[in-house]
Design a protein around this ligand. Structure first.
Ligand SMILES: CC1=C(/C=C/C(C)=C/C=C/C(C)=C/C=C/C=C(C)/C=C/C=C(C)/C=C/C2=C(C)CCCC2(C)C)C(C)(C)CCC1
Ligand SMILES: [Fe+2]
Length: 336
């Protein structure tokens, strides 16, 4: 989990650390800070502005290699949550997960613009969970909404063009709405950064850099840097830490296998639809509609994990009751 100074022991805040002690910055904070600063400087000083096709190919490769693996830990999260125990329930888990993903793609084909809006809302909640995990979901979702709206504040036309490719011309108005909300959301993000600074200074640095990166680099470049070097890196580190009792090679094997399967599906889809649109438009659709499809089951698991964790924390607030019960199974931990 990300470092929190209050309740949850984390990789960066060892169990038993006294509440109130500021957590150390986790490794991905340094990775994100270095990458974000280098990218911001490159755009401020040289403005390389790579062509859209280059950005699209880069996001496809980086999302596949660095983004996908963080969701590929989901079978292990599900096992920790007790969602499967044997071959039969493991099969059922895979079927339900894939079924949900297929349902999202079907919904996108039938109603693209509402699906895009839904994807943005769900993603705001998902990404906001990278910070302030001890707080209620509302401020976190607002941080996520700011993160996803700032690119439209910087370059509404570019975001509108991308949305139109993903969900049709009607989706351009979504970028207009995000651009209009951009300024108040930016102020809110900065307020949240100040609030976070008192407890976890590294979160304030991350939130401030997210804002700066979104306002100085093209939308896809901003998203690649945030998604790969902060969001995915954070959840991979946490996922491996939570599986530390298992052989590392087994965890790595699951991650590789479950990363490769959706990539093969994406490849088959690209081959089957070749020629129906330009390759970069097709690639953009496969990346974002594919991510939207996987986000839904991925988030359901995270939600179940969070609920289990809250229940566990409530239980530990009543030691006598807990002591009277037999030893609890290993504590499930949510990961996004
Ligand atoms: C377990 C399992 C599996 C796997 C899974 C996985 C691998 C997952 C992953 C997951 C993931 C990997 C997730 C992700 C997510 C992501 C997201 C959530 C994103 C979002 C984004 C956005 C929202 C964007 C927006 C935009 C645009 C579009 C343009 C420009 C601007 C902006 C940036 C704003 C399978 C299926 C094989 C089978 C069954 C079971
Ligand atoms: Fe995630």
């Amino acid at each position: 989990m990300t470092a929190t100074a209050t309740t949850r022991p984390t990789d960066t805040e060892p169990a038993g650390q006294a509440p109130g002690i500021r957590p150390r910055a986790p490794r991905e904070t340094y990775l994100f800070t270095a990458t974000a600063l280098a990218t911001i400087l490159a755009f401020l000083l040289a403005d390389p502005e790579p062509p859209l096709v280059v950005q699209t190919v880069a996001i496809a490769i980086l999302a596949a290699v660095l983004g996908m693996p963080h969701g590929a830990l989901d079978p292990l999260v599900a096992r920790r949550l007790g969602l499967w125990r044997g071959a039969l329930s493991f099969g059922a888990f895979n079927l339900v997960y894939s079924g949900l993903a297929v349902a999202v793609v079907a919904l996108w084909l039938v109603a693209p613009a509402p699906s895009l809006v839904l994807f943005l809302v769900v993603s705001a909640v998902h990404f906001g969970g990278d910070w302030m995990r001890e707080r209620s979901p509302a401020p976190r979702a607002l941080a996520g909404a700011a993160l996803l709206s700032l690119p439209a504040l910087r370059d509404e036309d570019a975001v509108a063009g991308l949305y139109a490719t993903l969900a049709g011309e009607g989706a351009r108005s979504v970028a207009a709405a995000q651009s209009a909300l951009g300024l108040p959301l930016l102020v809110l993000l900065l307020v949240l950064a100040v609030v976070a600074a008192r407890r976890a200074p590294h979160e304030a640095v991350e939130l401030g850099l997210v804002a700066l990166l979104a306002l100085t680099t093209p939308p896809l470049v901003f998203f690649i840097v945030y998604f790969c070097t902060l969001h995915s890196a954070r959840h991979l580190r946490e996922g491996f830490a939570e599986e530390r009792e298992q052989p590392r090679r087994l965890t790595a094997l699951v991650v590789v296998a479950y990363t490769v399967i959706p990539l093969i599906a994406a490849g088959v889809f690209l081959a089957a639809t070749a020629g129906t649109a330009s390759l970069d438009d097709q690639l953009l659709r496969v990346v974002f509609i594919g991510l939207a499809a996987l986000t839904v089951p991925h988030m359901v698991l995270v939600g179940l994990g969070d609920r289990a964790l809250r229940g566990d924390e409530r239980a530990s607030a009543h030691p006598p009751l807990r002591a009277a019960r037999p030893a609890a199974p290993p504590r499930p931990r949510a990961r996004r």
